[in-house]
Design a protein around this ligand. Structure first.
Ligand code: AKG
Length: 444
């Protein structure tokens, strides 16, 4: 549970879940199940039911909650949103055929898993509501089941509940969303406690030695290549430090590392709030290389807002350590608990003696709240210290500034013809760091 959210909140599936569910439904549903004649409408009603249930809504009148909200409809790819009366009428009409249809979809889900070579045993497809109750290990599904425990369900609604449980089980198994807290996760309650109380935490052995080495080699090649291209982002006095920005552009490995289930789970926890909206977005994903003789940076927070800082989280950071992080080589320093001060460090705070180094073995993952006072340390060794820094931000901040995402919705020809002043207003050029647009050749 995130520290700024209410304790009562234990079932929050988001629109991200819905769109992943929808992708799976699109793989499973073909016209034959629904009958060619009525297929489009029937698929629409079926998806509506699955969507409602997976958000923990069992009363078909709840569809009214979404009539003025486009997210439900869009994430499920619905052609139209039925009114409650129509939905009830259609569910009644389809009645028993919905039950047999749902059973067929369960079977198809099973063959999909076989096709994807998902070991049965880790995840089984259940065919009745009673058997579904044995899903215990997985709170992603368990929470869902708990929401309907008290409800009297008709055979149709039971069948759909069973199917939704299976789909959620598969999503959890594949680690596709952060809302799942799988048993055995490295993000344990002790780590959550440390994060909540101190504002930072360390998880060891997230990458194996070999993997950390492999990623480090890619980073070194990239950094050298950008330097050679003349677009290296050097900083820190005598260019002892280098950042390589926009890692998503630069290697498949980085696209994989940033969306690992563990990372999404941590972010879901940190940005948890009572909302069905996606709770966070990626703000930046880059590497920070501190070379021999690199100086410590200044103590700062990652929250570009005026003080007092809000009670709610703005940013959250992860750092995959690609080297052992030690006091000597410039491990990140922080002031434990300072994420609760709700202010930024002043100049007199810069030389505080109670800063703590976040040290750890290579392959560890450090996590911290953007409100935490922190800085990179000085590297007094002869080797580079490499951090892979993922920064996430509360998604409502993006919605505040870009209710309409101008750079996506305005025709590029119109953008190009705009005055510089107007381009600036819509964000042209914003967030493009040196080297970010580089796309390395297939050398890595
Ligand atoms: O590299 C580090 O140790 C920390 C970097 C940092 O504080 C930042 O980029 O804001």
């Amino acid at each position: 549970m995130g520290y700024w959210t209410s304790e009562s909140q234990n079932y929050v599936k988001s629109y991200t879940s819905l769109s992943i569910i929808n992708e799976l439904l699109d793989k499973l549903i073909t016209e034959t199940e629904f009958g060619v004649q009525q297929s489009e409408d029937a698929v629409n009603y079926f998806k509506t039911l699955v969507g409602l249930f997976s958000l923990g809504k069992y009363d078909l009148n709840d569809i009214n909650l979404f009539t003025t909200n486009r997210y439900f409809q869009e994430s499920l790819g619905l052609n139209f949103l039925a009114s409650n009366d129509i939905l009830k009428h259609e569910v009644n009409k389809m009645g028993p055929s919905l039950v047999s249809l749902t059973k067929k979809l369960n079977e198809k889900l099973l063959s999909l898993m076989n096709a994807e070579k998902i070991a049965l045993g880790t995840l089984e497809i259940k065919d009745s509501l009673d058997s579904v109750k044995s899903y215990k290990d997985n709170s992603y599904v368990g929470d869902f089941l708990a929401t309907h425990e008290q409800k009297e369900l008709t055979p149709t609604l039971s069948a759909i509940t069973c199917f939704v449980s299976n789909i959620l089980g598969l999503i959890a198994h594949k680690g596709l969303v952060g809302e799942l807290q799988g048993k055995g996760s490295l993000f344990t309650s002790e780590i959550k406690k440390s994060l909540d109380e101190k504002g930072y935490a360390l998880i060891e052995n997230v990458l194996s030695e070999d993997e950390a080495k492999e990623v480090r080699e890619i980073i070194i090649k990239l950094a050298e290549w950008e330097a050679k291209q003349g677009c290296g982002f050097f900083y820190g006095g005598q260019d002892k430090c280098q950042r390589v920005y926009n890692l998503l552009n630069k290697h498949e490995k980085f696209r994989e590392l940033i969306q690992r289930p563990l990372i999404l789970e941590i972010m879901e926890h940190m940005f948890n709030r009572d909302s069905l909206h996606d709770k966070y977005v990626l703000s930046s994903w880059h590497t920070n290389i501190i070379g021999q003789g690199g100086k410590a940076s200044i103590l700062h927070v990652d929250a570009a807002v005026p003080e007092p800082l809000p009670q709610w989280i703005i940013r959250a950071n992860i750092n995959y350590m690609l080297d052992d992080f030690t006091v000597e080589n410039g491990a990140t320093l922080c002031l434990p608990g300072s994420h609760k001060f709700l202010r930024k460090p002043k100049s007199e705070d810069q030389n505080r003696s109670d800063l703590v180094s976040i040290t750890g073995k290579k392959g560890s993952l450090a996590i911290w709240d953007g409100h935490l006072w922190h800085k990179s340390g000085a590297n007094n060794t002869t080797n580079k210290r490499i951090a892979l820094l993922g920064c996430f931000a509360a998604s409502h901040l993006k919605e505040m500034s870009l209710e309409e995402d101008h750079l996506q919705v305005i025709n590029p020809n119109i953008v190009n013809g705009m005055s510089t002043k107007l381009q600036k207003l819509i964000g042209v050029g914003h967030g493009i760091k040196k080297g970010a647009l580089q796309q390395p050749p297939e050398m890595l």
